[in-house]
Design a binder for this molecule. Structure first.
Ligand SMILES: Cc1cc2nc3c(=O)[nH]c(=O)nc-3n(C[C@H](O)[C@H](O)[C@H](O)COP(=O)(O)O)c2cc1C
Length: 182
């Protein structure tokens, strides 16, 4: 593998649909600067994504953005972490070979002693299959809504779903991660 620093433009165009599962006890860890450019990642990150450290350090996290992910997921992510709240969510990531892997991600802001955001840290685990099975059709509906009516439309849809189940966003995600059926 080369050590060329990669950008979103280098992401694979051939989406294979082949899933790579994270081992049950593994954690994928990365740290970014305030714009989402990777400053650190662990070996499991590099192995799962299929890139070398040289390619990943300095690359933007959107290198592994999967096209089947709704924009809304990243809007929620950035809104939460930029306001120093924790983000929990399910993310389908794109591997260098066009395959993918699902993660349950936890992201939080890194603060300096004055409380200023100096970067972000993400730790990810393997989600249960029941969570993936439930989130896939929801993300598909959100993506369809975005294609016709933009992120406002997918946000309206997600809020309806949460209201119908009487759940806050975090509760909804955590329930899925502990194996609940909604
Ligand atoms: C600490 C941290 C970790 C992130 N992890 C991922 C990730 O695993 N996959 C992903 O697609 N985006 C991740 N993002 C979000 C990306 O920075 C980006 O917002 C997203 O990929 C959408 O990019 P786009 O708006 O250019 O399409 C992360 C951001 C931060 C700050």
């Amino acid at each position: 593998m080369s050590s060329k620093r990669l950008s979103k433009l280098d992401a694979p165009k051939n989406i294979t649909g082949v899933e790579k599962a994270l081992n049950e006890h593994d954690f994928i860890v990365s740290k970014t600067d305030t714009k989402g450019f990777i400053t650190y990642c662990n070996e499991i990150f590099a192995t799962m994504a299929g890139y070398s450290f040289g390619e990943l350090i300095g690359a933007n996290h959107n290198l592994i953005r999967h096209p089947e992910m709704p924009k809304l997921a990243y809007k929620i992510l950035w809104d939460k972490i930029q306001s120093k709240q924790e983000f929990f969510g399910f993310v389908k990531n794109l591997c260098a070979d066009g395959g993918h892997y699902w993660v349950y991600a936890y992201i939080t802001a890194d603060l300096d002693t004055n409380g200023n955001i100096i970067g972000y840290t993400s730790v990810r685990r393997r989600p249960p299959q029941s969570a993936i099975d439930q989130i896939v059709p929801i993300y598909k509906r959100l993506l369809d809504a975005e294609r016709s009516g933009g992120v406002e439309s997918s946000m309206r849809l997600l809020n309806e779903l949460l209201n119908n189940n009487d759940l806050e966003y975090d509760e909804f995600i955590i329930n899925l991660q502990i194996g609940a059926n909604l």
